[in-house]
Design a protein around this ligand. Structure first.
Ligand code: MN
Length: 373
């Protein structure tokens, strides 16, 4: 666009006409969203073309909708109507997450009756001949070294998870991811719904990281399991190096595969599992939620049987306890809340180099008539 110098507007005049403050205009320029038409190299004064007023009002409207600047930049480069539908869905998810968080705060406020370690026992569905009754417990500990606990745990009625937040704002990242997952799965309680909720969790965390400079490098792992509606088993979703394990008939199996550099080396035959566990580069992840606009979670279907015990845990447990030690605690047969607490306690006692968290889910498939309950 060629404009005569006399037609250019000073940043002050442009600011008055479009209603955006000079400070905001400088932020948009820095983000590449609305770059001044000219800058006086002598004084540093910025000038805008009259034709940029329209773009400025569009950007202002999108900012009022809390669309991240980075998304506005890519949108303006190639405007697409479908993007509005996506933004509307994102805003709805954010609203649901905030409402769920408020409901949690409300429920927690009395503080007279702290939530018991055993959080959920799903009541059998009336009329169902064969159903799964799940009992759940969870525990988390800051460990001996870290100054903050950025792990999050979720032990709901139908969806369970752990998330290991990283970066400044890691606590927020793990909380947002688990809340988004919980709300998303409640809206569509299927394997597809769990996968969609994981993608939504990524968008929500990434969106917040884009909005606030001090949260720019936050991210989180996410490992979650959800009960499928036909009781055929659990859907398990994973991003990062938190893990899901299954204890069946006294034998421990890993359900998830870590998204980490050392796991790639193990798969290539260059490291043993035990070498990987204590390797200095063990924390380097190849997939993390909230680091980009899209994510590729691993999805597993886990058929469940009576007596199965499922563990979700963060790497703070895995780094301190090998699979034999984890299996021994799970096989001891204490109820889920005690078992989760014992795993976390042992990890902290062994070294506690990291936050450690565990969610334990027991499966009891039984045929219960109403009179037996
Ligand atoms: Mn960790």
């Amino acid at each position: 666009m060629l404009v005569g110098v006399d037609e250019l507007l000073s940043i002050g005049t442009f600011s008055q006409r479009c209603g955006l403050s000079p400070k905001m205009l400088r932020t948009y320029a820095a983000a590449g969203v609305l770059v001044p038409a000219a800058v006086d190299p002598g004084t540093g004064y910025r000038y805008y073309a009259p034709g940029q007023l329209h773009a400025a009002t569009v950007i202002a409207a999108l900012r009022r909708a809390q669309v991240p600047l980075a998304e506005i930049a890519t949108f303006l480069a190639d405007p697409d109507e479908a993007r509005f539908d996506q933004w509307e869905r994102d805003r709805e998810v954010e609203l649901r997450v905030r409402r769920a968080a408020l409901a949690d705060a409300r429920a927690l406020l009395p503080l007279v009756h702290p939530r018991p370690a055993v959080l959920a026992e799903r009541p059998p569905t009336p009329g169902a001949q064969m159903m799964s009754t799940l009992t759940t417990g969870s525990a988390t500990d800051i460990g001996q070294v870290r100054t903050r606990n950025q792990d999050g745990v979720l032990a709901g009625d139908a969806v369970f998870g752990v998330a290991d937040g990283l970066g400044d704002g890691g606590e927020l990242a793990s909380t947002l991811a688990l809340e988004t997952l919980r709300v998303g799965f409640a809206a569509d309680p299927t394997a597809d719904g769990l996968s969609t909720a994981c993608h939504e969790a990524n968008r929500v965390v990434w969106g917040r990281a884009q909005q606030e400079a001090e949260l720019a490098n936050m991210g989180t792992t996410l490992t979650a399991a959800a009960v499928l509606p036909d009781a055929s088993g659990l859907a398990v979703v994973n991003v990062g190096d938190s893990r899901a394990y299954l204890l069946r008939d006294g034998e421990l199996r890993r359900v998830t595969r870590d998204h980490s550099m050392v796991q790639d080396l193990v798969d290539a035959g260059e490291l043993t599992d035990e070498e990987a566990r204590t390797h200095p580069q063990r924390p380097i992840l190849t997939r993390v939620l909230g680091m980009g606009p899209a994510i590729e979670p691993d999805l597993f279907h886990l058929p469940i049987r009576d007596g199965d015990r499922v563990l979700l845990c963060t790497d703070g447990v895995v780094a301190e306890l090998d699979d034999d030690a984890i299996g021994a605690v799970l096989a001891a047969g204490d109820e889920p809340g005690r078992t989760a607490s014992e795993l976390v306690r042992e990890a902290t006692a062994h070294g506690g180099q990291d936050n450690a968290s565990a969610v334990v889910v027991d499966v009891a498939r039984a045929s219960l008539g109403p009179d037996l309950r």
